[in-house]
Ligand binder design. Structure first.
Ligand code: ADP
Ligand code: MG
Length: 232
């Protein structure tokens, strides 16, 4: 794990505050949350439902803005950036995996993995090559022409992972990625994620309720009173 002097985290959350106002009440979800995520490191975010895990991941992934604090991606402060610039960073540096696969149903596995690369402007032939390689790497070499409905839950989730890493992001954020899977399939998908961290040196933050999986990651954190705390 790269953490030498002079290195910067792939994502650094500094004093993040996030509130939701609903009618008369203000819910403070994050309140001074700090977290450094390093290249090649897998971090489990384990906290009760409703404690702000998804909120933290969305903020780290530039999908949502904090009310206060700063999100640094690869050392770059993002709060002053335009929407276009933030979108650009999201496309090139950040991969996101959700609990449900969110694949496009009318496209094949291959096309689903090609799309983020095409949006980024890569040549079609290049995206075919790269998408085929990633899918094969994740054990889906004989499933590339299948549509999501023709794949098992674990296969769908591995395609979603392939899509998330298609642009070789620095950061992989996964929100309960194995939450809908049976234990055996969850283990398979989890191993695929861990394998990617080692192979690509992406920094990975996974929100999970699965303590067994969390125990196999490099580091465990939780949320308490709106702050990130280290477990162990
Ligand atoms: P977790 O992922 O840990 O279950 P979330 O980050 O989804 O938690 O939500 C944290 C809290 O913030 C919950 O109490 C939720 O109801 C509230 N919340 C999340 N999103 C919104 C929103 N868009 N508007 C109002 N409240 C929200
Ligand atoms: Mg959640």
């Amino acid at each position: 794990m790269a953490q030498g002097a002079g290195d910067v985290p792939v994502v650094y959350l500094h004093d993040i505050k996030r509130q939701y106002v609903q009618g008369e009440t203000t819910l403070t979800i994050l309140d001074g949350a700090k977290l450094a995520l390093w290249a090649g490191q897998s971090v489990a975010l384990v906290a009760p439902s409703g404690s702000g895990k998804s909120t933290l991941l969305h903020i780290a992934g530039l999908l949502e803005s904090p009310d206060d604090g700063e999100v640094y991606v690869g050392g770059t402060a993002t709060s002053g950036l335009s929407d276009v610039e933030r979108t650009q960073i999201r496309r090139t540096d950040i991969g996101f995996v959700y609990q449900s696969h969110r694949l496009l149903p009318e496209f094949t596995a291959l096309e689903n993995v090609m799309l983020p690369q095409m949006i980024r402007g890569l040549k079609r032939s290049e995206t075919v090559k790269r998408a085929t390689e990633i899918l094969a790497y994740l054990g889906l070499g004989d499933r590339i022409k299948h549509r999501p409905a023709e794949l098992s839950g674990g296969e769908q989730q591995r395609v979603a992972i392939a899509r998330a890493v298609a642009n070789a992001p620095k950061v992989l954020l996964a929100d309960e990625p194995t939450g809908n899977l049976d234990p055996h399939t969850a283990d398979h998908v989890f191993r695929a994620l861990m394998q990617l961290v080692k192979a690509t040196q992406v920094g990975m933050l996974i929100a999970t309720h699965n303590m067994e999986l969390a125990g196999r990651m490099d580091r465990r954190v939780s949320l308490e009173a709106g702050r990130v705390i280290e477990l162990d």
